[in-house]
Design a protein around this ligand. Structure first.
Ligand code: GLN
Length: 447
């Protein structure tokens, strides 16, 4: 704990943490130490954990990196956080993210941009940018983030670490601030598959506080990490051929494919005719869900309230105008539009249907293959400010990650070398629903 606290200080310029719990972490470390000596310590004893600023941690501040939650303190622990504490992990701090987990660069945080430790002029990715940098800069062993459309995997790829999101409903969402509830999943960012698997096995599974969570038994992921035999893997032609993917990323992906073939695995290209619909479907449905989820922030129940209201309605309006940032407002407006009476069927209902087609088509492919392999991102970490004038470029960059959330399947990003400038490249594997154990074991073999 002392080691990580020192690193947090030395790396303060990266702006990864909103709050550091130095005294509390040291006190917990002493307690855990005594438990280890007594032989009563939990499964995560001594694991130093960072939490994305969207996870409820009792008696600690929580803001989703937004001004609208200024001053808000959690009244309870979310299920994942509670389980991590019960197993004697040490929570070291709260990490910055894009406001309400909306973004791909961590530039949308009310606490200012987070910097990539490999090159301070570049973004760490987002929305779990602070959590990725937390692990990258060795300021914690592991971070818990959230992944609605890639927010754990994309920053992991930009920061040269592992980013994993399980199947939808594998981990309880209780105590995770909602962005788009039918997409949201808690995700894990770490340096090793062993740590990722151990964390998953602690936080996954049945929970009385989330009616959507799966009641499937939780395998002992961390003891099932050996992979033997041959895998059948598919990839999208576009991922290695499309001009929209940076050349060095295409080459690194191709190299991985060649290596896998050489090692005796079956690797084949498949068509995904719905590729063009992935991003529009994602952005229609997530903004719709967000506009509904974020209606609770009205100045009455949580955090910030504008001083400038003259009656109830103007208080609502002023609170929301002053409290939310630009990207969040944009998405609330888009979501309200696609849900409005005259457009509901044309956008929202249609997108729901397309989502089902994407899911079914993906399931069909994965009934023939163990995994789908593709790059995590289309570029390496870009410069801070680079995409600010072109929001569409920012959305388009999510093409390979949102797929897994639309389909509800598990996906992981693992390091796959670096480009000529020394920037990290990630490769992504998606697996069948609830086949996390196999996905983690194969990732372990690949690393
Ligand atoms: N970049 C995507 C978005 O802005 C993904 C965000 C996420 O997974 N939370 O919606």
């Amino acid at each position: 704990t002392e080691y990580y606290l020192k690193n947090i200080e030395a790396k303060a310029h990266l702006n990864a943490y909103v709050e550091v719990y130095a005294q509390e972490a040291l006190a917990t470390a002493d307690i855990v130490d005594a438990k280890i000596k007594a032989g009563t310590a939990g499964k995560l004893a001594g694991m130093v954990v960072g939490l994305k600023d969207v996870l409820c941690h009792k008696n600690h501040g929580l803001q989703a990196s937004s001004n609208i939650l200024k001053g808000f303190v959690s009244q309870f622990n979310g299920t994942a956080v509670e389980r991590v504490i019960q197993e004697d992990a040490i929570i070291i701090g709260r990490q910055s993210c894009d406001e309400f987990a909306m973004g791909s660069s961590n530039e949308n945080s009310a606490f200012g941009p987070v910097k990539n430790d490999a090159d301070n002029t570049r973004v760490p990715g987002g929305s779990s940018g602070g959590s990725a940098v937390g692990v990258q800069a060795d300021t914690c062993l592991i971070s818990l983030g959230s992944d609605t459309g890639g927010s754990v995997r994309q920053p992991a790829a930009f920061c040269d670490i592992i980013g994993f999101k399980p199947s939808y409903s594998r981990i309880s969402r209780y105590g995770l601030i909602a962005y788009a509830s039918s997409f949201d999943s808690i995700g894990i960012m770490a340096r090793s598959i062993e740590d990722t698997a151990l964390m998953l096995e602690v936080i996954a599974g049945q929970d009385d506080f989330d009616s959507t969570v799966s009641s499937k038994p939780v395998p002992s992921y961390s003891t099932e990490l050996g992979f033997s035999g041959k895998a059948k893997i598919c990839y999208l032609k576009e991922a290695v051929e499309s001009e929209g993917v940076a050349k060095e990323i295409r080459e690194a992906t191709q190299k991985k494919i060649d290596q896998l073939k050489k090692d005796g695995h079956t690797v084949e290209a498949v068509e995904f005719p719905l590729l063009d619909y992935i991003l529009p479907t994602y952005y229609i449905l997530t903004t719709a869900e967000a506009s509904s989820n974020l209606s609770r922030f009205d100045g009455v129940k949580y955090g910030y309230r504008s001083e400038n209201g003259t009656d109830l309605e103007s208080m609502y309006k002023k609170t929301r105008s002053e409290g939310f940032g630009k990207e969040v407002k944009k998405r609330i407006m888009l979501g309200t539009f696609v849900l409005s009476a005259g457009f509901y069927d044309a956008y929202y209902t249609k997108a729901q249907k397309v989502r089902r087609l994407i899911r079914e088509y993906t399931e069909k492919i994965l009934s023939e293959y163990d995994f789908m392999l593709l790059p995590t991102t289309t570029t390496t970490a870009f410069k801070i400010g680079d995409h600010q004038s072109d929001p569409l470029a920012m959305y388009l960059a999510d093409i390979f990650t949102v797929h897994a959330n639309l389909a509800g399947i598990p996906a992981i990003s693992i390091p796959n070398g670096k480009d000529a400038a020394g920037l990290a490249i990630g490769i992504q594997l998606m697996g069948r629903e609830f086949e996390e154990a196999k996905l983690l074991a194969f990732s372990n073999y690949l690393l």
